[in-house]
Design a protein. Structure first.
Length: 409
């Protein structure tokens, strides 16, 4: 069956291979807890230097993370008969906890986990629950527990003593959906004081199962920009984050993710949100100063919308969300003349063997696509996050690499 999506108000058929190439592993939780690559070799001895996770609720001692990236869990459930944590090494079903005489359940992951942020949940006697020790983050269409494995390069998204921008919630009218919709807007340091300055805008989309809170909560997009600006490495710009209307389609349901219809969100974005932002913020309201990017399914949305609306966007970013091929360039009117940057990124484990694609689907070579459009003179950048898969550390690093390349006019 050839899936269809509505783009620009017209029904357009998308070939299955193109759909698969664009929608690469769009389930964040599955990808983070079950990376495709074999797990890294475990150290001979587990270091007993465990400390509470930085994402624990106040006063909670568990879960804990050690210097090697192992995680130790402890849950008090005296009446339970089985407790399991979804987080663990890929393909082995998570971490099974053992019951102690005091009614607590404890267990340590079989091996070290990737650096960065991970979602997880508990399964207690067949029911799904969040870990009472941690903060919650919206992912996999529910509020999930979250844990942070300290990264060697965490400095670029660390909270530092530098000037900080603001992330504020806005509610904008949406006649097409008959609702008031929510978005979050990052304004850079000095926005309030520099009343005569206008700014470019990046529209930044989350992945499947997530919402408009993902990029600031899990991704630390605001801190990444604050630190880049403090170092003089990027131009100040606004970031707008809204719900991409992704989560009504579910893997495993009839049609699955291939049944996703872009038209409702395209209408919200182009006809409602962009005009609202341009009216209520001091923006440079032209295509040369507007970018769209997204992670995973947000990258898929970006490709569907931006390539059909090059009168609106001059910068395109696909973060683990497909590739831009020479065929895309040649079949998209105005691409060569109008697009100032095509940015594509992946985690290294997403493209091991040189190719990437969904399980059972056709594989594409994003490196070859990147080299082909670069050889054709298309302004582009290709980034690979070392040692990561389809997860937020990949996307944090990708934003850090992409931001300095935007709006360099």
């Amino acid at each position: 069956m050839t899936p269809a999506a509505l783009r620009g108000g017209t029904a357009v058929k998308i070939a299955p291979a193109a759909m698969a190439a664009a929608m690469l592993a769009v389930h964040p939780v599955q990808a983070q807890t079950a990376p495709a690559a074999p797990p890294q070799a475990a150290p001979a001895t587990i270091a007993e230097d465990f400390k509470p996770s930085s994402l624990n609720q106040p006063g909670q001692q568990f879960p804990q993370v050690n210097s090697q990236g192992y995680v130790r869990f402890r849950v008090v459930a005296p009446e339970a008969t089985a407790v399991k944590v979804s987080l663990g090494l890929g393909g082995r079903g998570g971490t099974t906890l053992s019951k102690a005489a005091d009614g607590s359940w404890t267990g340590t992951t079989e091996g070290p986990l990737d650096e960065g942020f991970h979602y997880y949940h508990l399964t207690i006697d067949g029911g799904t629950f969040n870990d009472p020790g941690t903060l919650n983050f919206y992912g996999s269409t529910r509020w999930e527990s979250g844990i942070e494995i300290p990264a060697h390069d965490a400095d670029f998204y660390a909270l530092k003593n530098v000037p900080h921008g603001r992330v504020e919630q806005i509610l904008f009218p949406s006649p097409s959906t008959g609702t008031q919709r929510r978005a979050f807007v990052y304004t850079p340091p000095g926005y309030e004081k520099n009343a005569g300055t206008r700014y470019p805008v990046l529209y930044l989309q989350h992945g499947w199962g997530e919402d408009e809170t993902a990029w600031s909560n899990q991704g630390h997009a605001n801190l990444i920009l604050d630190n880049l600006l403090a170092a003089g490495k990027t131009r100040p710009f606004l970031i707008v984050m809204t719900y991409g209307m992704t989560n009504d389609v579910r893997p495993g349901q009839p049609g699955g993710l291939a049944s996703f219809d872009i038209k409702p969100f395209q209408t919200v974005l182009l006809d409602e949100l962009v005009p609202y932002v341009d009216t209520h913020y001091r923006t440079l309201a032209d295509r040369k100063h507007r970018a769209m990017a997204g992670l995973s399914m947000g990258g898929f949305e970006t490709k569907l919308i931006a390539l059909k609306n090059l009168d609106r966007f001059a910068y395109i970013g696909l973060l683990s969300g497909g590739t831009i091929s020479l065929e895309d360039v040649n079949t998209t009117p105005g691409y060569r003349e109008k697009v100032k940057l095509s940015f594509v990124s992946f985690g290294s484990r997403e493209i091991e063997g040189g190719r990437s694609g969904p399980p059972g689907g056709p594989k594409v070579d994003p490196r070859a696509n990147a080299e082909a459009i670069k050889a054709a003179g298309i302004p582009s950048a290709f980034y690979v996050s070392p040692g990561t898969g389809h997860e937020f550390q990949t996307w944090r690093r990708s934003l850090h690499e992409m931001a300095p390349l935007l709006f360099r006019d």
